[in-house]
Design a protein around this ligand. Sequence first.
Ligand SMILES: C[S@@+](CC[C@H](N)C(=O)[O-])C[C@H]1O[C@@H](n2cnc3c(N)ncnc32)[C@H](O)[C@@H]1O
Length: 256
Amino acid sequence: MSTFNAPPDAYERYMGLWSRPLAREFVDAVGIAPGQRVLDVGCGTGALTTELARKVGAANVAAVDPSEPFATACSATVPGADVRVGGAETLPFADGSFDAALSQLVVNFMTDAHAGVAEMSRVVRQGGTVAACTWDLRDGMTMLRVFWDAAVAIDPSAPHEGRTMPFCSREELDLLWREVGLADVETGELVVKRSYASFDDFWEPFTFGVGPGGAYCVSLDPAACEALREECFRQLGSPAGPLDLTARAWLVRGTA
Ligand SMILES: C[S@@+](CC[C@H](N)C(=O)[O-])C[C@H]1O[C@@H](n2cnc3c(N)ncnc32)[C@H](O)[C@@H]1O
C-alpha cells in the first residue's frame, strides 16, 4: 500500500496508461449497463471509475481506495462519484447497496483478499456481480515481466512479482471466488496494447518509485540501477525507436 502513496501523476505514467485501456475492456466484459449502481474497489487515480461513470453516470458510481492522494485524484477526475478513503476489507457501504462491485489490479494488493472479496459480495445485492482482474505477472504483462526478468537475471533474489504476488493466475482467482462463496464463477482474459515513444519512455516511470517495480528500482544504488536499465534494454531487443507492448490480465466474475 505504501508504494501507492505516490503522486497521482507518477502513477498515471507508470500504470495509468495501461490501466485506462484495461478498464474499457473490463467494463465491457463484465457487461455493466446504464441503470446500474456500481462500486470500484481500489480505484487508484480513477481509471476504472472513469469508465464506470461513462456507462452508468457518475452519480451511480462509488469508489474506495486506502491511498488518500489517489482517492483525491479520482474524485477530481470523476466529479459526482462518491469517492472514499478506505480498504476493501471493511467497505463503508451497507449490505446490498450495488448491482456490481468491480476491482481492477487490486486483489493481489489486499491485506486479506478473502475478506476483501467477501466485503465486495456483501455490498452487492443478491444476484449482483462481483468481478476483478489482475495482471498476468508471470507472462502476459510484458512491461512488468521484462522488468522483473531483467532484475532476476542480475540478482536471482530480486522479488519478481510473478513469483511473489498472489492471485495473478486465473486458477487462483477462480479458487478465491469459489472459496468466498460466489456462484456462477467464470474466468477469462483481457488483452491491451500501448506504445512507448522510446526505451526511455518505458524506463523512466520505474524511477518514480511507484508500485513494487518502482519501489525496487529506487532501492538500488546508481550502478545497480544502471545495470538493470541496460538489462531491460537488452531483454526488449535493444529498441532504437518506439516500442509496442501488450499486457494480459486475468478476469474473474461471479454472482453474489
Ligand atoms: C495497481 S493499483 C490499481 C489502481 C486502479 N484500480 C487502476 O486500475 O489503475 C492498486 C491499488 O490498490 C490500492 N490498494 C492497496 N491495498 C488495498 C486494499 N486493501 N483495499 C483496496 N485497495 C487497495 C492501492 O492504493 C492502489 O490504488
